[in-house]
Design a protein around this ligand. Sequence first.
Ligand code: MGD
Ligand code: SF4
Length: 745
Amino acid sequence: TSRRKFIKISALGLGGLATTSAALNMFESNPILDKAVKETVAKRLSRSATYCEVCFWKCAAWIYKDEHNDIKKIIGNEQDSHCNGRLCPRGTGGIGMYSDEDRLKTPLIRTTINGEETYREASWDEALNLIASKFKDIKANYGSEAFALLKHGSPGSHLEHLFKAYGSDTIAEPAYAQCRGPRETGFGLTFGSWIGSPEPTDIRDTKCLVLIGSHLGENMHNSQVQEMSDAIDNDATLITVDPRYSTAASKSKHWLPIKPATDIALLLSWMHVLIEEDLYNKNYVEKYATGFEELKKHVKPYTPEWAYGITTIKPEDIRKTARIMAAAAPSVIIHPGRHVVWYGDDSQRSRAVAILNGLLGSWGNRGGFYFKEKISIPKYPHPHYPEPKWGWHDLGTQYPYAEMGLTTAIVDATLQADKSKYPIKAWMVAGTNLINTLPQREKTIEAINKLDFLVVVDTMPMEITGYADVVLPECTYLERYDGIRSAPNRTPSIAVRIPAVKPKYNSKPAWWISKQIAERLGLGAYFNYDDFEEVIAWQLNKLGTSLEEMKKIGVKNFPRQSGPLYLEVEQDYEFNTPSGKIELYSKELANYGFDPIPVYVPHPEPPQGFYRLNYGRSPMHTFSRTINNPYLNNLKSENTLWVNPKVARILNLKKDQEVWLKNQDDIISTFSIKVRITERIRWDSVYMYHGFGHNNKKLSRAFGKGMSDTDLISSTVIDPLMGGTGLRGNFVSILKENPHKTKEI
Ligand code: MGD
Ligand code: SF4
């Protein structure tokens, strides 16, 4: 096996390539335009339809070009329920993904010159031939299943098709075990339905929105944030539970600054108040739920006084907020959150959130959760996939509710490859920067070092590309076709992505890459078209529209087929759970030996001199993918460390002072971070935005700016139900002297 060194320095040969300067455009310094300017611009320019890839809300948008075919502006599609014609700053700044001069420009192959590992430029033919030969070798030596795909976003679906045609179902994405998985388990067990994306939260019509560690407004999921701001205008009550005074907290009537890691205690205590004070939605619970008596007995001891000792939230505040929720019910939402992998008991915490919603009767009611609907896209005909001998189902089987591939189980299986019946020997990584995305970075790198082969498909020279044997430059979403967007919503809709311009440099779309590899493997029948455009045109015809029409309108809304948005009065309704009811008590969990109703179990606390490391989203960025984007970097180029004034006093820290962090395992941050002293964070925690602190020098704007939280996430607590990686059990001490002075970084 090869020993891979991360290649930081600029690659040989790249110097010779003409680096086109960033496509300057007239909005460079001000990506957010007012409506009048938008309209004037719109008249002068031609436009093509897309949906955004800067985050996964997938807002439909128009890309405007001038007469030189230069992209000038991206504006939201008025007909789209994900954005209502308005993009968030990241979506508007998506143009920077296209114009970023640091983009990957041509295929690269790892090579050794004078004992030094580096990359050389290669033609697509050479790179694809090499990759195809590795696909063949892996299949011959270990079986197709030994080639794993780790993916995120649109490229993933094309490559997934390739992998399934090749015979591998060893596939995973970080959006499950590092993000939403536990919430799907918790709600699935209770209501028989996953939450999915966009969340079917009826925020528009709610009277009370409760956010528990969910920071809408900083987390910019577009229509959800728009609805939250409408709800505030309509005088809905916002209750925010967060150790940090988030933007949402600042808009809330009630901010409960909870002690980190104690949320389940608060949730149980709220249930206690609702039941003991007879405030729960009796008719709803009698008609639709099962296990109420068990729940009543279970929460009896969890008085607000009990919860106060754990959460530091005053008993009168717990009672008051419970009564507000009950008064608003059923038009109340205890929000399920999105990135919910915190402390390892996350499925149970999500279940507690679901049960609370059940008690209030919000599921299936206006202002609570609506019944979502989506259009199913007809499958373009292709031969049956071969049956793999094993796949993601066989990894992480100790977690009975792991219902999608676990990235971390793929890492573990790779580390165990020599002794396991599931030997993973090669990875393709597409659209995910695993080095900044998976916890326990050392382990990820160790697994990569064991691989026979790693190919990375990305648009940017992100950290993960530095470990690859072959790097393939994908063109950006503005330059390619992708699958039709069909997302669940109040009314179903579809949206198309049409290339606005030709791919820059020597980059190619993922559908083309997949097809090319397939043809080299004799799997061309699975890609029976010359251009992906044909697939979309065929599917759109089946859906009663056409490519021509969709190019003109971008988005098409369809009438609902599945019945009303909400439950009708006294309607009989069968939930997709074993009992057909909302399961306040879960026999299934009890049979597995898990708690049938969530219980609060204390988590480790920061030792003396340490603070809990908390992290979240910046409104201008999505994970690590946008930090180098010229426009978004211009809006926010580095993160800061939020520190409570009390801590600043004890440690004698000054505003903007540079500090380093060291965690409980003696791991030291690569870079420094500037201190921001603020009452908005509790004294027992520190906080930073995720995604910063890039250590690849090829990212000219992002390199060395701010700190990576992932540097310090060496400890994880695994969710025993579904295998999610709880990331928030890491503690840091603050170093005022540069610990790297004598060491090479
Ligand atoms: P990014 O770091 O943004 O997110 O994890 P990732 O999806 O890995 O990396 C995206 C990668 O996709 C980048 O390398 C980018 O250049 C590339 N890319 C962007 N567009 C395209 C494209 O069109 N084609 C191709 N081929 N590549 C493209 C997200 C994951 O991270 C999630 S969902 C969550 S919720 C977690 N959040 C989180 C956290 O908050 N803190 C820490 N420490 N870790 C986290 N990990 C998880
Ligand atoms: Fe793009 Fe913003 Fe919509 Fe996400 S919320 S898809 S970044 S416009």
